[in-house]
Design a protein around this ligand. Structure first.
Ligand code: SF4
Ligand code: SF4
Length: 356
């Protein structure tokens, strides 16, 4: 069906019309990154993220092969939106009263909603372009499907997979939200993007918890992003000091990447930050009530960390702050009925007292 470049160009033009900054097309293939995925899972690198291990009836990992889930799948349309806003990097601020929420989670509207809305619009345009006489199958996803979007983005020419494992575009950088349309249409694919990391190792050198033990491979168990968002319960003590001021996610390996030095700002107002989320006050987050948490982070990715998770993270950041004026906060938290909060608060007080 329309296996020519002209049709693929029309699809990409439609993606631009829907507000995407970048787009490309990949064939559904058995790419090396997908072939490696079962090994990565088997090595325990996904931590407690069991959803990554979902399998089909034959017991195969769904994310390792799109055709094992959708035998009709031929192509993946990959779209990307720049969410960078004109605010400092986490590595440029160092206020002991304040923590850091990952840049992607500042937005007024949950990116899942705003990106999926555009992907669905593109899906409708794709069907219009094909015409009524041909029926095609499609599935659209933003993070929630059995698709490792970054891998398809690489093969769609949208960017390369850096040594920090993020997708990087030469012109836009790596502050990108991805959306995909899996389709039964056989579209002319783009060429994969060339790897432009070269001899650089800035991300590996800057990672405070050595989660990038080897280039291009992330050990989630050590990654602050995983620890602050996905990990439930306690956080191993040996990793807490490395967490620094991070309270939700971690941007360090993107902040230090030279390809983000001149990253343009987004033109989408919905990605502008909610009030108080850029460099948030630690004391506020450590003592935030369940009601305020629910209200403040309604329709925000931050709610994924849960109320006790954000308080836990803020108390660890307080412990790392060296700011003893936080001691009354950790003393109050050490009496908290939630054993997770009291345990972390006792650790934080000890650490504050140890730091000079
Ligand atoms: S997100 Fe942070 S902890 Fe995770 S690999 Fe990057 S720098 Fe390391
Ligand atoms: S910091 Fe350097 S090595 Fe890491 S992703 Fe960026 S360019 Fe690649």
């Amino acid at each position: 069906m329309n296996p020519n470049g002209k049709f693929s160009a029309l699809v990409k033009k439609a993606a631009t019309d829907c507000g995407f900054d970048l787009s490309g097309i990949a064939s559904v293939g058995e790419f090396e990154e997908l072939a490696y995925f079962p090994q990565w899972i088997a090595a325990g690198r996904a931590g407690e993220m069991k959803y990554l291990e979902s399998r089909n009836d034959a017991g195969e990992l769904r994310r390792a092969s799109l055709r094992s889930v959708f035998p009709w799948a031929q192509s993946v349309v990959v779209c990307a939106i720049n969410y960078n806003t004109a605010h400092p990097h986490s590595t440029q601020v160092n206020d002991p009263n304040r923590g850091w929420i990952s840049r992607y989670a500042w937005s007024r509207e949950d990116y899942h909603d705003s990106v999926l809305r555009r992907v669905r619009e593109l899906e409708a345009k794709l069907k219009e372009l094909v015409g009524n006489e041909t029926s095609i199958q499609t599935r659209s996803y933003v993070d929630t499907g059995p698709v490792i979007e970054r891998v398809y983005a690489k093969y769609a020419g949208v960017g390369w997979l850096g040594k920090n494992t993020c997708l990087i575009n030469q012109k836009v950088g790596s502050w990108l939200f991805l959306g995909v349309i899996v389709t039964s249409l056989e579209l002319t694919p783009d060429l994969p993007a060339a790897d432009r990391c070269g001899t650089c190792t800035r991300c590996i050198d800057a990672c405070p918890t050595q989660a990038l033990g080897s280039p291009y491979e992330l050990d989630s168990n050590k990654c602050i992003s995983y620890l602050t968002i996905e990990k439930r319960g306690t956080i191993p003590e040996e990793l807490r000091a490395g967490m620094g001021h991070q309270v939700f996610g971690c941007d360090i390996c993107q902040d230090v990447c030279p390809w983000n030095r001149k990253a343009p700002s987004t033109d989408k107002p919905e990605f502008e930050p909610r009030e108080g989320l850029v460099n948030p006050v630690l004391g506020w987050l450590a003592e935030i009530s369940e009601e305020e948490f629910r209200e403040k982070f309604r329709s925000s990715p931050v709610k994924r960390a849960k109320h006790s998770g954000i308080r836990r993270n803020a108390l660890i950041a307080i412990g790392n702050s060296g700011n003893r004026s936080h001691i009354p906060i950790v003393e109050r938290a050490s009496e908290d009925p939630d054993p997770l909060i009291s345990e972390v608060a006792i650790w934080a007080k000890r650490r504050l007292q140890e730091q000079r």
